[in-house]
Each structure stands twice: as structure tokens, then as C-alpha cells.
Design a protein around this ligand. Structure first.
Ligand SMILES: Cc1cc2nc3c(=O)[nH]c(=O)nc-3n(C[C@H](O)[C@H](O)[C@H](O)COP(=O)(O)OP(=O)(O)OC[C@H]3O[C@@H](n4cnc5c(N)ncnc54)[C@H](O)[C@@H]3O)c2cc1C
Ligand code: FES
Length: 264
């Protein structure tokens, strides 16, 4: 099945000054995307911007699907003006997505800023397993999806850098506190391993810290990386990262990698 398709915009809703939620209807049947997979999206049929841009699956609506995006540059500032009925060219779903863990392990989800875009998709798909979600952002206005998470029965632990919502500080510090308590109250240190799987997406420094944390607590962790991409389909090598298994393409072998594999 070709992964190239066109979608019509159903809705393009402004959530905050810089964040939008776009709902798309594919004009042909596409493969059901997995949480953690992404789409390459062309915001214009002209030459500028020339390249498609990658966006994670945010929500699958059984045919229609949603992307959550932040306006940061040329393409996203064009995308925000797309209205119902406009048609966008896309490729996807691409990449590997988050792997499912054993059904008995607890699930810890960690999202930094816009990392909630793919993490929400995963949260929704595993909501019956009562995942714990740790959500960090710079400030209150960048804390997204709280109501939607609550409707899934998930009450995220929130931190903001400036303390405007939740606890002031880094979400990874809260995660460390949580894991330290789990280790010292329930299990010998280092034996949290079989109890939880951790899945994370966010800015690079947060993901680097997640690698350190999963190593320290001997947890199995998976990180969704967001490297700059030109082709999105494995051809241009613009998205390679260094791993314990050599260079890998984020668009093809990723974007989700075992935390211990990434060499930062
Ligand atoms: C697998 C994957 C999934 C993504 N999912 C989402 C998503 O769900 N929602 C969302 O808003 N964004 C997502 N991104 C980032 C998104 O692709 C970029 O924000 C977008 O390409 C910017 O395009 P632009 O033309 O508006 O900005 P540009 O003019 O291309 O860039 C503006 C600024 O954003 C930076 N930037 C561009 N691409 C990235 C990137 N991949 N990671 C970090 N910084 C970048 C540039 O360095 C520059 O500083 C994802 C990226 C990847 C690789
Ligand atoms: S973006 Fe071209 S190889 Fe990954």
C-alpha cells in the first residue's frame, strides 16, 4: 500500500498562542498508525517550503486523525491558516512507533512540552492499564492535553520551569523521586526494572536525562526522538543518530529507540 496520500482538513483549532490541533480526513484508506509513528506533511503545493515536515500521530479517530503542532517556523506558520476543505499531501504512517510492553508491567509516560503530542496517543491506547504520566513544560500555557487526559482517567503529574502550574522544576526530577521511593519502599535498589516500562518524548536534554535515569534504575525505556528530517523515508541520511549499534536513521529505524541504545 503506497504511503503517499492526501487529506482534507476537517478542523484546525487554535489551542494557545502557538499551539494548534488539526483534524484530517485521508482521501484514501491508510494503514492505521501506531502511537509514536509520524507523518510527513506538505503545507503547500508550491516550492516554498520545499520539504515536507514530520508530525507525530496525536490521536487516531478511526479514520480521521489529529496532529498537535506548535508554530515555530515557515511551514507551521502556513499550516495554521489551513481551513476546512483545504487538502494537504502527506506520507505515512512512518517509523516504528512505541513497542507494546508485557501486559503485566506498569507504564510510565514522560512528556516534555510538545512531546505530549505522541505520548498522548500512547496514553490513549494503554489507558485501561492505568499508566502514570509525568508532564513537564516551560510554563502553564505550554501544558497541553490535561482535560483530555483526565477524560481517559489519567491525572498527570505536572511540573513547569517557572512554577506557573504544578511543581516548579524539571519533570525528570519528579520521576527520579518517584522511582527512588518505589525502590526503597517496595524492592531492593535497582529492582524497579521488571515493574515498569517507561516511554518518553520531549526536548533532547530531557531525553538524555531519561537515558541516564533508565540506566540508573535499570528500567526498560523507549525514547521518541525528533531530529530534523528532510525526506522522512530513509533516503537522505539527514536524521542519523549514533547508537550502540552504529548510525541509525530516526525516520526509518526510529523514531522510537531503546533508551540504552542512544549515544548522546
Ligand atoms: C518524528 C518527528 C515528529 C514530530 N512531531 C511533531 C509534532 O507532533 N508536533 C510538532 O509541533 N512538531 C513535531 N515535530 C517537529 C516539527 O517537525 C518541526 O517543528 C517542524 O518541522 C518545523 O517546521 P517549520 O517550517 O515550521 O520550522 P522551520 O523553519 O523548519 O524551523 C524552525 C525552528 O524549529 C526547529 N526545528 C525544525 N525541525 C525540528 C525538529 N524536528 N525538532 C526540533 N526542532 C526542530 C529548527 O531548528 C528551527 O529552529 C516532529 C519532528 C519529528 C522529527
Ligand atoms: S529524513 Fe531522510 S533519511 Fe531520515
Amino acid at each position: 500500500m503506497s504511503k503517499l496520500f492526501r487529506s482534507s482538513v476537517r478542523e484546525n483549532r487554535k489551542l494557545t498562542t502557538d499551539h494548534y490541533l488539526i483534524t484530517l480526513r485521508p482521501l484514501k484508506k491508510i494503514r492505521k498508525p501506531k502511537p509514536g509513528q509520524f507523518f510527513m506533511l506538505s503545507v503547500d503545493s508550491g516550492l516554498d517550503p520545499l520539504l515536507k515536515r514530520p508530525f507525530s500521530l496525536h490521536r487516531w479517530l478511526g479514520g480521521d486523525f489529529q496532529l498537535l503542532y506548535e508554530t515555530v517556523g515557515k511551514a507551521t506558520n502556513i499550516l495554521k491558516y489551513k481551513a476546512p476543505g483545504n487538502v494537504l499531501e502527506m506520507i505515512g504512517p512512518l517509523g516504528n512507533g512505541f513497542p507494546a510492553g508485557p501486559s503485566k508491567t506498569g507504564i510510565l509516560l514522560v512528556a516534555g512540552g510538545l512531546g505530549i503530542a505522541p505520548v498522548f496517543a500512547l496514553a490513549e491506547s494503554v489507558s485501561s492499564r492505568r499508566p502514570l504520566l509525568f508532564l513537564g513544560a516551560k510554563s502553564r500555557k505550554e501544558v497541553l492535553c490535561i482535560e483530555k487526559l483526565r477524560s481517559l482517567g489519567i491525572r498527570p503529574t505536572v511540573t513547569t520551569d517557572d512554577g506557573s502550574l504544578g511543581k516548579k522544576g524539571l519533570i525528570t526530577d519528579i520521576l527520579i523521586d518517584f522511582l527512588s521511593r518505589q525502590s526503597s519502599t517496595c524492592l531492593p535498589v535497582g529492582k524497579v526494572v521488571n515493574r515498569y516500562r517507561v516511554y518518553a518524548c520531549g526536548p533532547k536534554p530531557m531525553l538524555r536525562e531519561m537515558s541516564r535515569i533508565t540506566k540508573k534504575f535499570r528500567l526498560k525505556g523507549y525514547l521518541a526522538l525528533e531530529e530534523n528530517m528532510a525526506c522522512g523515508v530513509g533516503a537522505c541520511l539527514s536524521c542519523v543518530v549514533n547508537t550502540t549499534d552504529g548510525l541509525k536513521r530516526v525516520c526509518k529505524e526510529g523514531p522510537v529507540f531503546p533508551a540504552e541504545e542512544i549515544i548522546w
